[in-house]
Design a protein around this ligand. Structure first.
Ligand code: NAI
Length: 264
């Protein structure tokens, strides 16, 4: 296909680790790197899903592929994963911190437990990944790349997504700070900011304390304005590979994410 031609063997010999790889954007990203000849570690808290992604990645063209069951918000589990990957597969060349959960609801409908849950996965998961695998990359001294999946919500205030948007704004800033810190070591850092992408996360969105009808109308307006709907995760994966090859800092992906980024 087109992508295989575009990126054929561009990642040959490289080790790529993707979190949240059992589904959606993470799975598509694991497949895209597999097509480009990488060795792929598919990580997810859903171990069976991660194993399935790894198996398919092997069929698609990955030089080698492994599935690992890990909860990215669990610091001890992430330490174990980082030690295992380094010992058994090698130093990661490209790290994609993509695992994330959705949470919608007005500020006052969002409980402290909700805040903790979404920050634990969406922010702390990225922090653990960057600290552990970033340190290995820097220690090796041969460069590398880190991609963090933020969101257009990071720069688009919304009364429907205060906790989620805050977690993603933090991921965006963390990525830019780390990019500055690692620039001298040949390690690039990219924040990828998709708008609405057709995955499980959007199908299971919860609208506590928000007028669900109003939220639907808002999404409809946005989809008419930007002609979105059914934006496939494969196109986000393409944007991620391109961002690594061209070393971009912030990459808004869908049409409405690009529009909102220009206005932010
Ligand atoms: P998804 O729900 O299809 O995939 C997320 C994956 O992450 C799942 O396989 C899930 O099991 C895994 N996961 C969740 N919590 C985890 C944890 N604690 N440890 C390990 N794995 C965990 O969702 P999607 O859309 O593919 O999301 C991927 C990333 O893209 C997320 O960070 C999300 O916030 C972000 N994003 C998604 C957008 C969309 O419209 N779908 C828009 C902007 C950003």
């Amino acid at each position: 296909g087109r992508r295989a031609d575009a990126y054929a063997q561009r990642f040959g010999g490289q080790l790529v680790l993707v979190t949240g790889a059992a589904s959606g954007i993470g799975r598509a990203t694991a497949f895209a790197f597999a097509e480009a000849g990488a060795r792929v570690v598919a990580v997810d808290r859903d171990g069976e899903g991660a194993a399935r992604t790894a198996e398919l990645a092997g069929l698609i063209g990955a030089a080698e592929a492994w599935g690992e069951q890990t909860d990215v918000s669990d610091e001890a589990a992430m330490e174990k994963l980082a030690a295992k990957v380094a010992a058994e597969y090698g130093i990661v060349d490209v790290l994609v911190n993509n695992a994330g959960i959705g949470l919608s609801g007005s500020f006052f409908a969002t409980t402290p437990e909700d805040w903790k849950k979404v920050l634990d996965v969406n922010l702390w998961g990225v922090i653990h990944g960057c600290r552990l695998f970033g340190a290995q990359m820097a220690g090796r001294g041969q460069g590398g790349h880190i991609v963090n999946t933020a969101s257009a919500a990071a720069y688009q205030p919304s009364k429907a997504l205060p906790a989620y948007a805050t977690s993603k704004a933090a991921v965006l800033m963390l990525s830019e700070c780390l990019r500055a810190e690692l620039a001298g070591q040949g390690i690039g850092v990219t924040a990828v900011c998709p708008g609405f992408v057709n995955t499980d996360i959007t199908a299971t969105a919860r609208f506590a304390g928000v007028d669900a009808a109003e939220e639907k109308r808002r999404q409809k307006r946005a989809s008419r304005l930007y002609g979105l709907r059914n934006y496939p995760p494969e196109k986000v994966a393409d944007a991620i590979l391109h961002a690594v090859l061209t070393d971009r800092a912030v990459v808004p992906v869908t049409p409405e994410a690009r529009g909102a980024h220009l206005m932010s």
